[in-house]
Design a protein around this ligand. Structure first.
Ligand code: GLV
Ligand code: MN
Ligand code: MN
Length: 416
């Protein structure tokens, strides 16, 4: 006897309402400002916790500050199907990155309740702490705690004002002294699904409603500290300067060249720079910059690092400045298993939606959770391929399609 797959439908108006409501929390004229641990982040977390309770979930906060909503299944003792993403944003970010995955996961639970269908497996919805890593420069913080992937630097993390993560975790209900208890055992989870906007141009350009993610990019991050000599901008002859900004500019162009012209790795970015003393009539004495490279092949990231260090030495010598390159993090790329990709493809077909396979150039909580359970990702189009910016947008129809695929994936996983 073959069982007919259960069916349930996303309520697209409710999904859109909830997404828009979350998109108003922490919004200002420059975009979304729900940086992890901020007052705005806390308000966003409160909103989704309320939605979870309204959807009939029990809600708890683990010691890493992750919000975990749960509904029980019909079968006792079976592991949970986990859905998750994040509600923190980059500074002046968009309203869909992370938010869609969380709101859609809650909608999946509501839609199952509307359909009167209780799956065999419990469902857990996880809202992970500090995915973006804007605070404390430690990304995927909550999901890595769940996967047991914290490093010594996470325990000792300081933000830019010197405040410790230990003192900050309680702001969101976490507790450093118990943080290891956030770790979950593989036996507790059946599998993990994350719906996310693509954040790049492929789906929108190609007219595909659904992307099946094949793997998630690796990323390496460096802190570059350049120390020259501050001096008078009007009186110091050009030949006698030790200008930290001149050196920084050359390194920024080298990062672009390493990924661009040289094609050592897929992308390279200098996204942050601190200039001291940052005054128009003073030659900068010190510049600190954040550099990152991304690629699916870890050997390409290693080659990019070699090139970055070689350039730093060359520029330091030429400009008579001291340049220290410190590796901050090296996040491995993560492949998605063929079985899990097939499940997302089947879930798309069940919804009558065309799909295409593609890698993720952005990082996601799924890449940490994949260490303890089979994980898969569903992508929907980002209009114009814009993300980490206020113009980030995905149409209500695309968001609803993605949520339906997420729901179908849960139904299929529940049967298999
Ligand atoms: C996370 O959003 C990333 O930077 O990829
Ligand atoms: Mn995200
Ligand atoms: Mn992001």
């Amino acid at each position: 006897m073959t069982a007919t797959p259960a069916s349930a439908a996303i309520n697209s108006a409710r999904l859109d309402d909830h997404l828009n409501a979350l998109g108003q929390i922490g919004r200002d004229e420059f975009g979304m400002q729900r940086v992890a641990f901020s007052r705005q982040d806390v308000a966003g977390r409160d909103y989704v916790s309320t939605l979870m309770r309204g959807a009939g979930m029990s809600v708890r906060i683990d010691p890493a500050g992750n919000i975990i909503g749960r509904v029980e299944g019909t079968d006792p003792g079976v592991p949970a199907i986990v859905l998750g993403s994040h509600t923190d944003t980059v500074p002046s970010g968009g309203a869909y990155d992370g938010a869609l995955g969380v709101i859609a996961a809650i909608e999946v639970v509501e839609a199952l309740r509307d359909a009167g269908h209780t799956p065999r497996h419990p469902i857990e919805v996880m809202v992970f702490t500090n995915e973006e890593g804007t605070s404390f420069h430690r990304w995927l913080l909550g999901s890595r705690a769940v996967a047991g992937l914290w490093e010594p630097e996470d325990f000792a993390a300081l933000d830019d004002d010197g405040v410790t993560l230990t003192d900050t975790l309680p702001n969101i209900g976490g507790n450093m002294s118990r943080v290891e208890a956030a770790r979950r055992r593989p036996e507790e989870f059946a599998c993990y699904f994350e719906l996310h906007i693509e954040q790049g141009p492929t789906l929108h350009r190609g007219g595909f409603p659904i992307g099946v993610v094949t793997g998630i990019t690796g990323r390496s991050v460096y802190h570059v500290d350049i120390v020259g000599e501050a001096n008078h901008a009007g009186t110091t002859p050009m030949a006698l300067r030790r200008d930290a900004m001149s050196a920084a500019a050359q390194i920024a162009l080298a990062v672009r060249r390493i990924a661009g012209e040289m094609e050592v790795c897929r992308v390279g970015t200098v996204g942050s720079m601190d200039v001291h003393p940052n005054a128009g009539n003073v030659i900068p004495g010190r510049v600190q910059m954040g550099v990152e490279f991304r690629d699916e092949r870890m050997e390409s990231l290693a080659a990019a690092e070699v090139e970055l260090r070689r350039t730093a030495e060359e520029v330091g010598h030429a400009e008579q400045v001291a340049i220290a390159v410190t590796a901050q993090r090296n996040t491995p790329s993560v492949p998605i298993s063929g079985n899990m990709q097939q499940l997302v493809a089947d879930a798309s077909e069940m919804a009558g939606l065309e799909h295409v396979s593609l890698p993720s150039g952005a990082g996601h909580d799924a890449q940490a959770i994949a260490a303890i359970t089979p994980a898969a990702m569903v992508f929907v189009p980002s209009v114009g391929g814009i993300s980490h910016a206020p113009a980030e947008f995905s149409t209500p129809e695309d968001c609803a399609n993605g949520a339906q695929v997420l729901l179908n994936a849960v139904l299929l996983a529940d049967e298999r």
